[in-house]
Design a protein around this ligand. Structure first.
Ligand code: PMV
Length: 331
């Protein structure tokens, strides 16, 4: 289905832009990953996923109309080449909502996540942009509609419309409007996410191409939807019971299962660098020694550690370079 046609059905007849609009959205880390699309145009997933938001770490986007023949994009205060893939993607998304004849925009995006951590992701970027568009054009759309629309920019962005734990329901509708984030009420103040930048090397294959390759070429992918469904259930139980071992072990097994399907693709897709594997061994050794420490990984070489507040000192001693995030509340 056509994105624009779906979106048009939700927009008001008359749109009067605000002077400027500003919005923030948190980054998120999936504990049960999204990997594989059933509709590549609408970013509809083959499996549901579940994430935890990174609180104050994310993207702030400001939109300001101005008189110019061209939109202007900046990232962290620096002008972005309008013909770059980054600028073109943002502008194409904006154009899905921009009323005919309305002014060009300055799109200023700030990520407060270290870019090197491989986390300055499209998730918080598209979620913040979607919220800013909603403000600028006074669309007054409900949050689940914003989530479904942000999903069209980047799948994982559907989860960045909310804080805390979020399930992205895969939905069944052809237009995908039931495929959006749903926040869980639960909080977990002791939960910590540690961002470990093992290497700043650029990832050679993005998640869109990586998913397509896996779905097309890996027989092992057949078992992924079942793995994800089982893990989703386990995570819901772990969160309801505040059972950290269950949460951590499920998230780690889920990430490794996703990576197994990537490795089994052709040509093979291995995002790990030697430093990633070294970090995994260090985590497993610490766990054997009694530390409740687990990890998860996305489509890149860097690792996200999962632990609780009472392990923080020991974890930081083992990984002095770690950036610790408190998803629920400040610390
Ligand atoms: O939303 P995308 O297209 O950047 O894909 C995200 C894919 C993973 O990060 C690997 C998994 C996830 O659920 O976030």
């Amino acid at each position: 289905m056509d994105k624009r046609a779906i979106i048009q059905g939700y927009l008001p007849q008359h749109i009067e832009p605000q002077e400027t609009a500003r919005a923030f959205a948190p980054s998120n880390i999936a504990l049960c990953k999204y990997w594989g699309k059933r509709d590549a145009n609408l970013n509809l997933p083959i499996n549901p996923s579940l994430s935890v938001g990174l609180g104050k770490l994310g993207t702030e986007t400001r939109l300001s109309p101005f008189d110019d023949p061209q939109d202007r994009v900046s990232l962290n205060g620096e002008a972005v080449d309008p013909s770059s893939a980054f600028a073109l993607k943002l502008i194409a998304f904006l154009d899905l909502f921009r009323p005919a004849g309305s002014p060009r925009l300055a799109i200023d995006t700030h990520n407060n996540i270290p870019t090197a951590a491989g986390l300055a992701s499209s998730a918080s970027g598209f979620a913040a942009l979607m919220k800013a568009i909603n403000e600028l054009y006074r669309l007054n759309l409900p949050v689940e509609v914003l989530s479904a629309f942000a999903r069209m920019g980047s799948g994982s962005a559907s989860r960045s419309l909310y804080d805390g734990f979020v399930e992205w329901r895969m939905g069944v509708r052809e237009d995908g409007m039931d495929s959006h984030g749903v926040p869980l009420e639960a909080t977990w103040p002791e939960l910590r996410v540690g961002l470990l930048t093992v290497t700043e090397a650029e990832k050679p294959v993005g998640s869109r191409a990586g998913m397509a390759r896996t779905v097309k070429s890996a027989h092992l992918y057949q078992s992924w939807p079942l793995q994800a469904a089982t893990d989703l259930e386990q995570l819901h139980q772990a969160i309801a019971e505040r059972d950290f071992e269950r949460l951590g072990s499920t998230a780690e097994q889920n990430a490794l299962s996703m990576h197994a399907t990537m490795i089994a693709s052709w040509p093979p897709l291995l995002y790990w660098q030697p430093e990633s594997v070294a970090a995994m061994h260090r985590i497993w050794r610490l766990r054997e020694e009694g530390l409740a420490l687990y990890f998860t990984m996305d489509a890149g070489p860097n690792i996200k550690l999962l632990f609780e507040a009472d392990s923080q000192a020991a974890v930081c001693q083992a990984f002095p370079e770690l950036q610790v995030v408190t998803p629920f509340g400040s610390a």
